[in-house]
Ligand binder design. Structure first.
Ligand SMILES: Cc1ncc(COP(=O)(O)O)c(C=O)c1O
Length: 337
């Protein structure tokens, strides 16, 4: 039982998001699938800002900000941050002013990267954008700006990277309950729930939620696309513990399953596997993965399936986390490959 009703919340999703079988991809892969059944949960669909996983976190973050009387929200991210886009859009929807501190953490200066995709949308949703060098401490800059605004009489809520505070992670604890209910109603006994790991909050929330619901948190598995494996494991565990604390449960030992083999040369740097995964999903399912997060994670899932990590008949659920605007910042590689 997971009761999150004591946490203030605004409505930003149309949950439950659909779970769909990947029939077209499965036909295409044929024998390579070895009888594994692949499904996606469509957290990329949402009623605000183009949709994506950050909406579930923002329901709790903005709910608390509203309860605290905030009129302004500030968050941080990379130049092509989906989280920044969705924070700006959700703030617009809920009547908050929004400021974004974006770091130039991927070494690209071409106009697709610096001006298209998410970067085009941040200001379109009305946010005030502050650009910082790649090595800047954006969260410190955000807090300094919040203090300045508060001296002027504003009330400000600052959200960390990816919205992955314990409060934000509750969004994915709630999603764990949703996945279990939906899969039970569909008669699916899931072998694994798979997601991308950036700021770790999606995975951490799932782990806390599964634990609270009496399920093995190792049902959730992520592919890190940002931190190297051991750092990602440490951060995910910390966030899962903080979220579990907030809910009032304790994690079992060894709760975190992460793969570090599909991150490639680093955050935001394309891999061949990502390109294949994005293309396959687009051409066999008409679905859009993104080049930075879900494309790399899905390439990891494909590699695992091809390597025989699952048994015939296993049902594996991939969380589609959104991020399609990022494709427009990577026009060059898709156009030329
Ligand atoms: C499209 C997309 N998928 C997955 C993730 C990873 O989620 P998390 O930061 O909670 O690990 C992000 C994070 O920014 C994202 O934008």
């Amino acid at each position: 039982m997971l009761d999150l009703s004591r946490f203030p919340r605004v409505a930003l999703t149309d949950a439950p998001t659909p779970i769909q079988p990947l029939d077209g991809l499965s036909r295409h892969l044929g024998a390579a699938l070895a009888g594994v059944r692949l499904f996606v949960k469509r957290d990329d669909i949402g009623p605000v800002g183009g949709g994506g996983n950050k909406l579930r976190k923002l329901e709790f973050l903005l709910g608390q900000a509203r309860a605290d009387g905030a009129d302004t929200v500030i968050t941080v991210g990379a130049l092509q941050s989906n989280h920044a886009r969705l924070t700006a859009a959700a703030a617009a929807r809920c009547g908050f002013a929004c400021e974004l501190f974006l770091t130039h953490s991927v070494a690209r200066d071409d106009p697709d990267y610096t001006g298209n995709g998410n970067r085009l949308l941040h200001e379109l949703f009305g946010a005030r954008v502050h650009l910082l060098p790649g090595d800047a401490d954006s969260l410190a800059a955000a807090h300094a700006r919040a203090a300045e605004l508060e001296r002027e009489g504003r009330r400000v809520a600052v959200f960390p990277s990816g919205g992955s505070s314990a409060l934000g992670c509750l969004g994915y604890a709630a999603c764990a309950a949703e996945v279990l209910d939906q899969s039970a109603a569909m008669g699916l006994d899931l072998a694994q729930v798979v997601t991308a790991n950036g700021s770790s909050g999606t995975h951490a929330g799932l782990v806390a939620g599964l634990t609270a619901l009496g399920r093995n948190p190792r049902l959730a598995k992520s592919y890190t696309v940002l931190a190297p494996l051991e750092e990602a494991r440490r951060i995910t565990l910390e966030k899962a513990e903080a979220t579990a604390d907030l809910i009032g449960v304790s994690l079992p030992g060894d709760a975190i399953v992460i793969d570090g083999d599909h991150r490639g040369d680093g955050y935001g740097i394309p891999t061949d596997g990502m390109l294949e995964a994005v293309r396959l999903m687009a051409t066999t399912e008409g679905l859009l993965l993104d080049p930075v997060y879900s494309g790399k994670a899905f390439s990891g899932l494909l590699a695992d399936v091809r390597a025989g990590a699952y048994r015939p008949g296993d049902a594996v659920l991939f969380l589609m986390t959104g991020g399609a605007p990022g494709l427009f910042a990577y026009r060059g590689i898709f156009a030329s490959a």
